[in-house]
Design a protein around this ligand. Structure first.
Ligand code: ZN
Length: 309
């Protein structure tokens, strides 16, 4: 249908074109009531802008964006589809400042748009990874402002002692020749990190890590091998974590080159974005765009995004 952003913009220059495209993508052309799931009778109203559910019990009116990441947005769909394409295609992401300028919307609107697009990029598969699995951790996104405002002297001392304490912990779990899943944690506490491994890796698989204390116990249901980075050992036979380390390189380049700084609060969302693009890196940009729209039926509200923990 289209092979690049230029063709997308040519194919869908109007709101009606974008609406029709979403109706096709979401419902295969046949509207389904997002309130009750009824689809055997639907009335087209307001010149095709909205629909009315044909169920006697329901009878609600809805548009194609109800129940999707686009719901209740004042931004035109033409700009939305443009944003979805750019965010899913750009290898190192795009900043909200840049997207705002590119689309002619405020930085605040662009920031909210990108976060909603990240919702589509979230992995929700619970299929267990298996075979040769690499597990590795790193630290990113400062938890505290640089002047440590509001912290007690003990807390400042604690935070300054090591990056492990002042940044979020991020763990990557990767099938050697398959997908990576990335999880953000407050710090490197063993229990939640082990739980993420149990939840994502099939028992009996081979797990390869470095020698960090995190992995010294609790992996008995796997065949566990470690390389000793402290002894300058990076690869021993086929034991290494180079796949995950390669991913950290890509993600850190996005942070340094594009976002400059990422918020600790939204660290998981940045992990979702980077791992989604990494796992679909062999795909054409237009196919990745279409694939991400398969997940449009997710919601993220401003209140949900900005609420205090
Ligand atoms: Zn209904």
């Amino acid at each position: 249908m289209f092979k690049n952003l230029h063709e997308l913009l040519l194919k869908m220059p109007t709101e009606k074109d974008c609406r029709d495209y979403l109706i096709q993508q979401r419902w295969n052309g046949k509207p389904v009531c997002p309130y009750c799931g009824f689809d055997s009778k639907t009335y087209v109203i307001e010149g095709g802008k909205r629909f009315k559910c044909g169920s006697k019990e329901c009878g609600k009116k809805y548009s194609v964006t109800v129940g999707t990441i686009f719901e209740s947005s004042q931004i035109p769909l033409t700009k939305w589809l443009n944003a979805c394409y750019v965010v899913t295609a750009h290898k190192k992401g795009i900043s909200s400042h840049q997207l705002g300028r590119d689309l002619g919307v405020t930085q605040r609107s662009a920031w909210f748009m990108i976060h909603r697009i990240r919702e589509m990029m979230k992995n929700v598969s619970d299929v267990l990874l298996q075979g040769a699995i690499e597990v590795d951790e790193t630290y990113m996104a400062r938890k505290y402002k640089s002047d440590y405002v509001g912290l007690s002297p003990e807390e400042v001392d604690y935070a300054q002692k090591s990056p492990y304490k002042s940044k979020g912990a991020v763990v990557g779990i990767k099938e050697r020749s398959g997908d990576i899943r990335v999880f953000a944690f407050d710090d490197r506490k063993q229990a939640p990190i082990k739980q993420a491994i149990y939840n994502n890796v099939m028992e009996g698989s081979r797990i390869m890590t470095d020698e960090a204390f995190l992995y010294r116990t609790g992996l008995e249901k796997y065949q566990h091998s470690a390389v000793f980075h402290s002894k300058h050992e990076w690869v021993r036979n086929d034991v290494h974590t180079n796949g995950v380390e390669n991913f950290w390189g890509v993600m850190k380049r996005a942070i340094n080159g594009t976002w400059h700084q990422i918020s600790y609060k939204h660290l998981q969302a940045y992990c979702n974005e980077c791992s989604y693009r990494y796992n679909t890196r062999e795909m054409k940009d237009c196919d990745r765009f279409t694939l991400s729209l398969n997940n449009m039926e997710r919601r993220l509200t401003w209140v949900g995004l900005t609420k205090k923990d």
